[in-house]
Design a protein around this ligand. Structure first.
Ligand SMILES: *Cc1c(COP(=O)(O)O)cnc(C)c1O
Length: 365
């Protein structure tokens, strides 16, 4: 068979699972509360900028130096410390390819974004999961340090963490940076709340790489623009390895316009953050639900004490055209759901249905 020519590590590759996206696209009536998208569509200014770009859609784009400069100003870092990508996933993938090979290990604070584990394996590496503290979902820095071996080439963090919602502190991060091992911190949800940005640490810590995206708080997931912030020498290597022209002109101009609308971003952050707080507070009131505060655009909840199974709850909501996610990853033991902040109407309806579904049996009708 032709697949015998494929390099060994790749034949059994298990990619990041994107089935829930395809399912939602096949059922357009669903409230998409499953994949941490922004409930607010692009501003009129951004739509106009994207249309202007597509008007000259027969041309190849340029490299986006202006967007790189604008993101450098936005983050108050040097332009050379930024690399643009087709979503942060593109440049995270390049970074893992640069740092992880057969026999290498990555230390991953779990539960977290499954992409870190899948890309480690695809490159022949061994992911080593270090659990967050149960229920409080704190980073266990001592356990992370203890998990490091001489094969460790990346320490992966996500702050605020998907799916638990909490952000880490500079003090915690610095303890990991002091090992000298590359620390990759995915800050995809920074604009969704008020967690701490680690961009100011990059200048003093060449082993720190931060992944950011225009997909979440900025709400431009379809444009596929993300970026890394890190040491200029390392970012230069990433630039040379990544695919040329991977960012469209629509992406460049749309994002430049979005960065030029700070009031719009502030409105989005405030909306997402206050609705996440509202979802958390309301779920916490439901019998049998333990919900966790979140600086992301999603809220995690443990529903095991309700006596209902996660799949029953997810299916019942689906029957009402609301799609949320069952969380089965490390430490969550299939007893947690994650709901993405939707519009006010979607959040109201979700909360009402959840309350109805979880009425204690004794009080049920
Ligand atoms: C959604 C998400 C991303 C976004 O990826 P893009 O490719 O930039 O759209 C990255 N990291 C985490 C943890 C996410 O949840």
């Amino acid at each position: 068979m032709i697949d015998r020519f494929v390099k060994p590590g790749f034949r059994s590759a298990a990619p990041y699972n994107a089935e829930h996206h395809d399912f939602a696209w096949q059922h357009r009536q669903l409230a998409r509360m499953m994949s941490n998208e922004c409930p607010i569509p692009p501003s009129e200014g951004v739509r106009e900028a994207v249309r202007r770009a597509f008007d000259i859609g027969h041309l190849y784009p340029y490299s986006g130096k202006d967007l790189q400069a604008a993101l450098a100003r936005y983050n108050n870092v040097a332009p050379e410390s930024i690399v643009l990508g087709n979503g942060s996933t593109e440049v995270l993938d390049v970074l893992v390819r640069l740092l992880v090979g057969p026999g290498d290990e990555t230390v991953i604070a779990s539960p977290t974004y499954a992409f870190f584990e899948s890309q480690t394996r695809i490159n022949g590496g061994e992911p080593v999961s270090v659990p967050l503290t149960p229920r409080t979902w704190e980073l266990d820095v001592d356990a992370m340090l203890a998990a490091i071996t001489d094969r460790t080439t990346i320490i992966f963090l996500c702050s605020p963490n998907n799916p638990t919602g909490k952000g880490w502190s500079t003090a915690q991060l610095v303890r990991l940076l002091d090992t000298g091992i590359p620390v990759v911190v995915d800050q995809a949800y920074l604009e969704c709340g008020y967690a701490e940005s680690f961009a100011p640490l990059v200048a003093a810590h060449p082993n720190l790489v931060i992944a950011r995206t225009m997909s979440k708080g900025f709400g431009l997931a379809a444009l596929r623009v993300g970026y890394l912030i890190g040491d200029p020498e390392l970012m230069d290597i990433v630039t040379r390895v990544r695919i040329p022209f991977s960012i469209s002109l629509m992406g460049i101009w749309g994002c430049l316009q979005a960065l030029d609308e700070p009031e719009e971003l502030a409105y989005r952050t405030e909306f997402i953050s206050s609705e996440a707080d509202r979802l958390h507070a309301a779920m916490q009131q439901v019998d049998g639900v333990e919900s966790y505060p979140s600086d992301g655009n999603f809220v995690l909840a443990d529903i095991s004490a309700s006596g209902r199974s996660v799949s029953a709850v997810v299916d019942s909501l689906l029957a009402e055209d609301i799609l949320i996610r069952a969380m089965g990853a490390h430490g969550l033991k299939g007893s947690h759901i994650r709901v993405t902040v939707g519009t006010v109407e979607q959040n109201d309806r979700y909360l009402r249905l959840l309350e109805e579904l979880l009425v204690p049996v004794s009080r049920g009708v």
